[in-house]
Design a protein around this ligand. Structure first.
Ligand code: AMP
Ligand code: MG
Length: 488
């Protein structure tokens, strides 16, 4: 939908700043299809003007429902601290196509750029592009990425790099931070407008509730609880779960220093700048819950329109308490499925937790281990299980496999059907940091073939792909410690 609010308390008309000599780095025909953008035989838009549009060098083009390019204001909590007003410091909303918003990230300074240059570098743009598409293919709600356009324009980060613009697409980029923005301005009228528009466009079911705003809060919370359970299940670490990076639609947004787990390390920190580990893998659920508490505070004035302050607080507090329950239900369901267990048993949770502990202790490759589990037949003898060799404490893992095999005996499903289901939930291919790094380094030498290869592989993460085994392997030791920081 078009960004629903107007007024300089929340948005500013913003024109992209052109970049010199733009060129295609990456393009996703699947996303083009979503917005009805016609693609030619070369896999690029039939209308060549799109290169200039996606570079930020031209804003008018027929297909784009042109409103007025804008950047929006939001506020939020960064690393647990109130950061005041932030906003789209380098994202410009160009317009709508097929009811989806088209945003350019890195298209130059906006009203909200503060000290920033409004740019994004090639490295981070390729990472956002690939990860958006990889997450979508994994079945995880996310903003999508249409293209990356490069330019030789220099951009200063820790070193000199070059600029790129990533075009991304979502039904809406409204964040928890937009609610916090109006709450901080103590502008309940605007806060109400925002909530009403969210309900009208995205949560119509809340309208029939006697308490629509409470219902909206619950719906947003629900989606984000399920989202974070999905992240945990594929070993995805977001890296910067500040409240301004949390979508009001429960989408994964604002890809920065994210990372997928290679070996399982429960307290893995993917963001080099996150020294305290606030956003470590095992803390993501708690932190998302915390962000939902920020949303609850922001929405309090809306409940107070119909209830006393005390009742409003009680209602929101009770709703917030649902978060860990929804999360746990989803998490359990996902991990049961990862183990190929269809008929829930209470002891399953212990079985899953024992496995994760053993994987952590032995630094077992997360993705490959789960993928390999589907090969185990119900009547295998524990001693014949190859995976045991990767664990340090053999006695412990043998006991685990014995219990697992025993547990599989209580399932009615055949080995073949179980394998099929498990191979649809345990991916073979994920965007490992070292794979992205190789593609980035080639792209920095103007060879974009590896970005295209990765897009293709990661678009089918559950399929065995011929001759592409190497893309499922853990990183070589030399690439184990690639550092990714907030700088992008
Ligand atoms: P992030 O951690 O990427 O979500 O960014 C936090 C805030 O800083 C957001 O308001 C961004 O728009 C802004 N920001 C990040 N990088 C830049 C940049 N290069 N130029 C301007 N604003 C930026
Ligand atoms: Mg952000």
């Amino acid at each position: 939908m078009p960004f629903p609010l107007r007024g300089n308390d929340v948005c500013q008309p913003t024109l992209p700043t052109p970049i010199p000599d733009p060129y295609w780095v990456a393009f996703s025909p699947a996303v083009a299809q979503l917005i009805n953008l016609q693609v030619g035989p070369d896999g690029l838009p039939s209308n060549p003007d799109w290169l200039a549009v996606l570079a930020g060098n031209q804003v008018h083009i027929d297909q784009l429902e042109f409103t007025q390019p804008i950047s929006t204001a939001y506020s939020g909590h960064q690393f647990g601290v109130w950061a005041g007003q932030l906003g789209d410091g380098r994202a410009i909303l160009l317009g709508d196509m097929n009811d989806l918003e088209l945003q350019l990230k890195g298209a130059g300074k906006t009203h909200y750029s503060r000290m920033g240059d409004g740019r994004a570098v090639l490295r981070s743009s390729i990472r956002e592009f690939l990860c958006s598409e990889a997450m979508h293919a994994l079945g995880i709600p996310t903003s999508r990425a249409l293209a990356v356009i490069g330019s030789k324009q220099a951009v200063r980060r820790e070193t000199m790099e070059t600029a790129a613009v990533c075009s991304r697409i979502a039904p809406s980029f409204i964040r928890i931070g937009h609610f916090e923005h109006f709450a901080a301005l103590k502008n309940t009228t605007r806060l109400k407008e925002l909530a009403d528009l969210m309900i009208a466009h995205f949560y119509p079911e809340c309208n029939t509730d006697k308490d629509p705003y409470l219902s909206l809060f619950k719906a947003i919370t629900n989606r984000n609880a399920k989202l974070v359970a999905q992240w945990q299940s594929v070993g995805f670490c977001h890296g910067v779960l500040n409240s301004d990076n949390i979508s009001a639609l429960g989408l994964t947004i604002d890809y920065g220093p994210f990372g997928f787990l290679d070996h399982f390390e429960i307290d893995h920190i993917c963001n080099h700048s996150d020294q305290g580990g606030r956003y470590a893998y095992h803390r993501q659920p708690q932190v998302m819950h915390w962000n939902m508490a920020c949303l609850a505070s922001a929405m309090l004035p809306l409940l107070e329109l119909d209830h006393s302050s005390e009742v409003s607080q009680d209602l929101l507090r009770t709703a917030l308490e649902e978060f860990p329950l929804v999360y746990a239900r989803e998490w359990q369901q996902l991990f049961r499925s990862k183990l190929g267990l269809q008929l829930p048993q209470e002891s399953d949770i212990q079985l899953i937790e024992r496995l994760l502990q053993a994987m952590h202790d032995s630094k077992i490759d997360y993705t490959n281990f789960f993928r390999s589990l589907s090969k185990i037949k119900k009547d295998t003898l524990p001693a014949g299980i190859l995976q045991r060799n990767d664990f340090i404490d053999r006695e412990n893992i043998d006991q685990w496999f014995a219990d697992y095999l025993n547990r599989l005996q209580s399932e009615i499903i055949s080995d073949e059907s179980r394998k099929e289901l498990m191979d649809r939930i345990n991916p073979k291919y994920i965007l490992r940091n070292h794979l992205a790094q190789v593609a980035i380094e080639k792209a920095q030498q103007d060879d974009f073939s590896e970005v295209a290869t990765l897009l293709k592989i990661l678009s089918n993460p559950f399929d065995e792909q011929e001759n592409l085994e190497a893309y499922s392997e853990p990183p070589p030791l030399s690439m184990l410690k690639i550092e990714v920081s907030c700088s992008s």
